[in-house]
Design a protein around this ligand. Structure first.
Ligand code: ARG
Length: 465
């Protein structure tokens, strides 16, 4: 019985069915159906016995899903049909009333919004944990120096903690983006029907509240075609994975023999199948390499949405695999970055030696001339000459003699020498946000406060565990 006489062609079935991936939304679908059934009961579409039977049946399905006992069948087109089929098997006739005042179009958008809300909060938690880890590693290396780089050339030395806290602030912004995705997923599509609204005056506010949504959607056409909340999540995930790729890339560089700055722990490294001496920073390399697939997921859904006429089209089924891959990838990478940093060891001697390179003091010499009244451009030229003389003599800037200096500038030799006292260049960077020790102490204070402020948002009442 129904519109079509012919069975679906197997190839069409393979193209059209989504059960192999949308089963991930099963618990959200059950939660949505329970709230919908209660809503139908409140307006008298279901009598109390029917609604009790439906809610109890859905409870059984939830338990079966949780226990991994739910029997999916090859004839299930998608998760919504699979759950309805099982409900019929469990409770019989009343199951046929559940889809009153509902379309799979508002149903799937609701399931997905619940899912995105849940995963946005989870990503926020994982970012928070990683930020706490970075802060702890930074605390443990507060006064260790490291060369700071531009163009991957040694530029100016900084405190290692200052460099590590740069990662902290990247993640702090990611937290904001995931929170925005949680907000944009907090509007409930259910009650929009196929696209035009319903012939029933369901209590959408009540259903929304039960599911943990802030409000129902204001426009039914927009509601069934909107996937912006998934785009928001994927943009947050793409930015976050990209940040982790930069963190990973630095650890790959730093752990090479050429740098020798750090050593990832063995439980986050592997060895070579042919070269027994090798310890490879695979975790860091994979953090570096995972980001593009998250970016691709974002671009997939942007592409699917491009020029798509309103309202629902089956194209929108293509939102899920990309989203799920982005979720799996970014959650794994956040946890892996935490594990990687938990066991990392830094090599103080190598860092001190690299940061003692005297050429990065060039800016400080120029600034000393500026303090004595010279224009910066002129000072820049003089220091350039000092660098050339030092390079030609094969000495560091701090080893230039009083005579060599006198030929080029009238800087008092003692003032000049004082620039090369240990720590002098790092602690001279005293603008707000700079690496100097007092500024770094303020930054730590700010980071600790921010970490404490970031609300790890509680799960919405309906969100499955
Ligand atoms: N599996 C579908 C999806 O993911 C569910 C909605 C189907 N709606 C429809 N009108 N056929 O989008």
């Amino acid at each position: 019985m129904g519109r079509l006489n012919d069975e679906p062609d197997p190839i069409f079935w393979a193209l059209n069915s989504s059960i192999r991936f949308d089963r991930r939304l099963a618990q959200h679908d059950v939660a949505g159906s329970i709230a919908h059934a209660r809503g139908l009961a409140r307006i008298g579409v279901l009598d109390p016995a029917e609604s009790d039977a439906i809610v109890a049946g859905l409870g059984t399905i939830r338990d079966e899903l949780t226990a991994g006992r739910f029997g999916f069948e090859s004839s299930d087109e998608d998760i919504h049909m699979a759950i309805e089929r099982r409900l019929f098997a469990l409770i019989g006739a009343p199951a046929g009333k559940l889809h009153t005042a509902r379309s799979r179009n508002d149903q799937v958008a609701t399931d997905l919004a619940l899912y995105v809300g849940e995963r946005s909060r989870r990503a926020g938690e994982l970012c928070h944990a990683l930020m706490a880890r970075i802060l702890a590693v930074a605390e443990a290396h507060r006064d260790w120096p490291i060369p700071g780089y531009t163009h991957l050339q040694r530029a100016q030395p900084v405190y290692l903690a200052h460099h590590l806290l740069a990662w902290f602030w990247m993640l702090e912004r990611d937290v904001g983006r995931f929170a925005a995705a949680a907000d944009s997923s907090a509007v409930m599509p259910l009650g929009s029907g196929a696209l035009a609204g319903l012939n029933w005056e369901v209590d959408r506010d009540g259903v929304a509240a039960e599911l943990g949504f802030a409000s129902p959607t204001p426009n039914s056409i927009d509601a069934v075609s909107n996937r912006d909340f998934a785009l928001d999540y994927m943009y947050a995930a793409a930015a976050c994975a990209t940040h982790l790729s930069r963190l990973g890339a630095e650890i790959v560089l730093w752990s090479s023999s050429e740098f020798g700055f750090c050593d990832p722990a063995e439980d986050f490294s592997s060895t070579s199948s042919i070269m027994p001496q090798k310890k490879n920073p695979d975790a860091a390399e994979l953090l570096r390499a995972k980001a593009p697939r998250v970016v691709a997921a974002l671009s997939t859904l942007l592409g699917v949405s491009h020029a798509l006429p309103l309202a629902y089209s089956k194209d929108l089924q293509e939102d899920k695999e990309a989203l799920f891959d982005a979720v799996d990838t970014v959650e794994l990478c956040l946890a892996a970055a935490d594990g990687l940093l938990a066991g990392i060891r830094f090599n103080r001697d190598a860092l001190v030696a690299a940061a003692a390179d005297q050429f990065p003091a060039a800016t400080d010499i120029a600034d000393l001339l500026v303090r004595r009244g010279m224009a910066f451009r002129a000072a820049h030229g003089i220091v350039g000459s000092l660098v050339r003389v030092a390079l030609e003599a094969g000495v560091g800037l701090g080893e230039l003699s009083a005579e060599q200096l006198a030929g080029l500038t009238d800087l008092p030799f003692d003032d000049y020498r004082a620039l090369f006292e240990p720590g002098a260049w790092i602690d001279s960077k005293l603008s707000v946000g700079g690496t100097a020790a007092p500024r770094l102490a303020e930054q730590f204070e700010l980071a600790r406060r921010r970490l404490a402020e970031i609300e790890v948002v509680p799960r919405s009442p309906a969100a499955p565990s």
